[in-house]
Design a protein around this ligand. Sequence first.
Ligand code: ADP
Ligand code: MG
Length: 199
Amino acid sequence: MISKQRTLVIIKPDGVQRSLIGEIIKRYERVGLKLIGIKMMVPEKKQVKGHYTLNPSWVRNVGEKAIESYKKKGEKPPSENPEEVGEKVLENLQGYMTSGPVIVMVWQGAHAVEVIRKITGGTEPRSSDVGTVRGDFVLDSYSMADTDNRAIRNIIHASGSDDEAEKEIEHWFTEGELTNYRLVQEQIMYDVNLDGILE
Ligand code: ADP
Ligand code: MG
C-alpha cells in the first residue's frame, strides 16, 4: 500500500551540532509523514561503510554525480575516473559520519522516499533549492569538500529509492524497534470518504 511506504533518514553529526534536530523533524512531520522509529547513536566505521555499499553501484554513481557537477559549473573535476572519486568519498564519509552522535529515523507515508528527498534537497548544499533543509541551513560545496579532502557536510541522509530504503531500514533497525500505529490525521489524508467530520 502506498500509504505504508517507508524511508530512512539520518541527521548527520553536523545536523545534530547545528541544533537542527527539531527543525528537521518538524518539516517531515508537518507534511503528513509518520515517525515510526528513532534513535541516537555514534555509528561505527564499518556500519557506515556497510550502509553506503548496500547498493553495489553507489561508488560509481557518486563519482559520476560529482564529475558532472564540476562540468556543469565549467570547473575541472579532481579526477575523470568515477570509481576513484567514489572510493575517496566513501573513505571520507566514514570519518564524517562517525565524528559524533547522529539521529537515525524511519518515516512512513505516501511517497515517503520521494517526499523526504524533496524536502531534504539536492546533495550539494551550494546548489540545492531554497526551501529545502540543505538549501536553507548549509552552504557546503563539492569544491570546498575537495579542497579540504573531506565529505560534503549536508546535515541529512535520506534514502534515494524504495529499494535503497528497505535495505537501509534493515541495516539500521530491527523490526522490534519500529512501531506500527495509526495517526488520527491519516483518516483525512488517506480515507476515501471524509465521513464523520460534521455532527
Ligand atoms: P545523497 O546523500 O544526496 O543521496 P549520495 O548518496 O550521492 O548523496 O552521497 C552520499 C553522501 O556523500 C552525500 O550526502 C555527501 O555527504 C557525500 N558526498 C557525495 N559526493 C561527494 C563528493 N564528491 N565529495 C565529498 N562528499 C560527497
Ligand atoms: Mg544517497
